[in-house]
Design a binder for this molecule. Structure first.
Ligand code: BTN
Length: 263
């Protein structure tokens, strides 16, 4: 590891403890290394920049200084199949952390599966990785969150933005981090005690293009396949529910677990 560790700041609250770095390859990778080296539930790995930031579906995540890059290492008391629900917990927490800073909070939306949009452009994304380590009964999950604070990439499939571009000037990645952790702790406790239903309900309140037409691009053996339909919500597992019409105009429910969606 060629990263420079800055300091272990403090116990944020109960199990949560912040590990701050000037630079890392990827905060997700560091959180995974930590789990394998005997780390504990609640580690919050924060880096000012990343040299190998990772996005969904094997993409790179542009990680310049000034934006937020954080990964939470967690070991929930839940079955492995439910751990992916944490990306919705994180998306909702990010939205709650940022919305009060905006002149038009309603411009901030959740986009399936795990993006944060501001005025129809991508402000942030979440990369969730779950795994088991030798000798541990409970699975680990790393919830990686990237938020564009000062800058955003320009050559992207889906247009991107940052808080600065939206006129939010006097805010730093560190401020967003502390607000995000505050909301995440609350939402994580809610998820732990009450399950996915309240998270799902609140996530849907902010969902981009709900009850409107969406195109889902499914990664299928290297060939992109498209499904188009009306976005009818997410199911109890967090999968996308699309109502797709056949040639007779009859709608049929399609459940999609992995895709990129477009309007
Ligand atoms: C996506 O939208 O494709 C997900 C992007 C996730 C980026 C974050 S930045 C912090 C953490 N570390 C990484 O390498 N990736 C995630």
């Amino acid at each position: 590891m060629n990263a420079q560790k800055k300091k272990i700041i403090s116990n944020l609250i109960a199990d949560y403890h912040l590990l701050a770095f000037d630079e890392l390859d990827s905060t997700n990778e560091e959180a995974k290394r930590l789990a394998k080296a005997g780390g504990s539930h609640g580690a919050v790995v924060w880096a000012k920049k990343q040299t190998g930031g990772k996005g969904r579906m094997g993409r790179a995540w542009v990680s310049d200084d000034g934006n937020l890059f954080v990964s939470l290492l967690l070991q929930p008391e839940k079955p492995f199949e439910e751990l992916a629900q944490l990306s919705f917990v994180a998306a909702l927490s990010a939205l709650e952390a940022i919305a009060p800073m905006l002149p038009e909070p309603a411009d901030l939306q959740t986009k399936w599966p795990n993006d944060i949009l501001l005025a129809d452009k991508k402000l942030g994304g979440i990369l969730l990785e779950s795994f088991r380590t030798d000798g541990s009964e409970k699975a680990w999950v790393v919830v990686g969150v990237g938020i564009n604070v000062d800058s955003h990439p320009t050559k992207t499939d889906f247009p991107a933005t940052c808080l600065k571009e939206a006129g939010v000037e006097l805010v730093s990645a560190k401020i967003i981090l502390s607000r995000f952790i505050h909301h995440f702790i609350e939402r994580y406790d809610e998820w732990s005690s009450k399950g996915f239903a309240p998270i799902r309900k609140n996530w849907l309140v902010h969902a981009w293009h709900l009850k409107e037409r969406l195109v889902a691009r499914l990664p299928d053996g290297g060939m992109d396949m498209k499904t188009e339909g009306i976005f009818d919500g997410i199911d109890a597992d967090g999968s996308l529910v699309l109502i797709v019409e056949n040639e007779k105009g009859v709608g049929k429910k399609h459940i999609i677990s992995a895709a990129d969606v477009y309007a």
